[in-house]
Design a protein around this ligand. Sequence first.
Ligand SMILES: [Zn+2]
Length: 127
Amino acid sequence: MPELQFTCEHCNQPIEPAEGALFITNDELQKAESFIQNATAATGTTGDAATDLLNFVAAQQQRGQYQSMHDSCSNSLNLSTAYAIELTRLSTYGDLLAWNAHLQEKRWQAGTNFAGIMISKAPALPS
Ligand SMILES: [Zn+2]
């Protein structure tokens, strides 16, 4: 079993690494760009770590969304213009960190939910 386990957002079943990808569609990339353009300075923290984390997770929903799916489940989507990472290249937390570093160079990355994915896959959260 891979260190990172992704669930298909179409059929809700676990995805074996050779059977799927994490991707962001062109529509979601445009949402990410809009999020960046419309972002305000209203990103203050409350000082309470649990509340801040909940607020952070809620704010992730407004961003361009990466999705994980089986290849067979994403057949009906037009992914020709999507940015996709095959799960064979994303099976450990180290892989996720390397992809995060790589994706920082993309102008739209800061407007996506990738940081939320990193938190959800983290072995343990700092307290
Ligand atoms: Zn599926």
